[in-house]
Design a protein. Structure first.
Length: 354
């Protein structure tokens, strides 16, 4: 088993703590380890460091190497620019197959939180059994609510039991639904959330690239032939000519042998401050990482990088995030809209705060 961890993205909904120079995957948001480090820790009992690849932005290569010194340097793929998950996964698959022609490949994101780690690892073992039969496999998250921010996976015929987990053929992938449709999906019991966790044989996914994304496949093969991501100059022009596309849209929604394993692994994508607050709160009303004096303050996150006292009075369901050069105060219910602040800062040319 080989693992590709995607560690791109800027995490704009976690501004002002997540910045372009150090986005959320490199931050210790829920423990003393960064989210990227936690992702590696999670799969290390299954995979040695030499079989773990990290795909990230070129400007983050040194940061990845600093946080994961146990990984060989050539296992860090530094993309010149973001092009979506398909090119990233295709490059990783080529590198993995070159090292191990019969390899099984797991694709993970670096900014997910998984609370039931042992269950997650057992689910990956189950998915590996299905993938060996030539299926493109994804772990589907058991939905706990009619969430409108996630894509959904509908299942159909069962494929059997694998390592204690039931696998099913995928009927279809559904884009983020409105509230009414999400409630319908939940009632039906046939849908899982799409977390973007994939397991397949390297040769099978590369054949899918050749079939469904032939131009991209040729471009990625050209990059590999030129020396791969380590030959920085050789692949710059080819990479810039690539059209950005996700593996979900480019391959998974079109492929024939696709399987889903529904799982309950305590998954969250930690996409915004409200989600982070819910994960960190536990049994307490407030989440505080600051010198804080709170009076009649409930369900509130208070964070500060500075030593100054933060006093709150009468707050219920708020975010107070102080990073020294920026202060965010917002209702938790508006956490998804923090990205609007980042967009406005870009419009104003405040690159010093991005």
């Amino acid at each position: 088993m080989h693992v590709l961890i995607m560690a791109g993205g800027t995490g704009t909904r976690l501004w002002p703590r997540s910045r372009a120079a150090r986005p959320k995957q490199f931050l210790p948001l829920l423990s003393e380890r960064s989210m990227l480090q936690e992702t590696v820790d999670r799969i290390r009992p299954l995979v040695p460091p030499e079989r773990i690849l990290i795909a990230t932005g070129r400007s983050y290569v040194d940061l990845v190497a600093e946080q994961l010194p146990e990984l060989p340097r050539h296992n860090i793929i530094g993309e010149p620019s973001g092009k979506g998950s398909a090119p990233c996964i295709g490059l990783g698959a080529l590198q993995i197959q070159r090292a191990d022609p019969d390899a099984l490949m797991v694709v993970l994101s670096s900014d997910h939180q998984i609370q039931k780690v042992e269950v997650f690892r057992e689910a990956l073992r189950a998915a590996a059994e299905v993938a060996r039969q030539g299926y493109l496999v994804t772990l589907g998250i058991q939905p706990s609510e009619p969430h409108t921010g996630y894509g959904y996976i509908q299942r159909r015929a069962p494929l059997g039991s694998f390592n204690g987990f039931q696998a099913f053929e995928v009927a279809r992938f559904v884009e983020k639904p409105d509230r009414a449709r999400a409630e319908e999906y939940l009632r039906s019991g046939q849908y899982s959330w799409n977390a973007g966790i994939f397991i397949w044989r390297a040769d099978v996914i590369l054949e899918a690239f050749r079939r469904y994304l032939p131009r991209l496949s040729e471009q990625l093969v050209a990059i590999a032939a030129a020396g791969g991501p380590q030959a920085t100059g050789a692949w710059e022009a080819t990479w810039q000519a690539i059209d950005g596309i996700t593996v979900d849209y480019g391959i998974m929604e079109r492929a024939e042998r696709v399987a889903v394993i529904p799982v309950d692994i305590g998954w969250s994508d930690v996409g915004d401050w409200d989600t982070l607050t819910s994960l960190a709160a536990g049994d307490t009303s407030n989440v505080v990482q600051a010198d804080h004096l709170g009076i009649d303050t409930t369900n509130t996150l208070v964070y500060s990088d500075s030593q100054r006292l933060i006093a709150t009075l009468g707050l219920d369901g708020f975010l107070v995030i102080d990073t020294g050069d920026a202060l965010l105060i917002a209702p938790r219910s508006r956490a998804q809209d923090v990205k609007k602040i980042v967009d406005e800062l870009k419009e104003r040319g405040r690159t010093d705060l991005l």
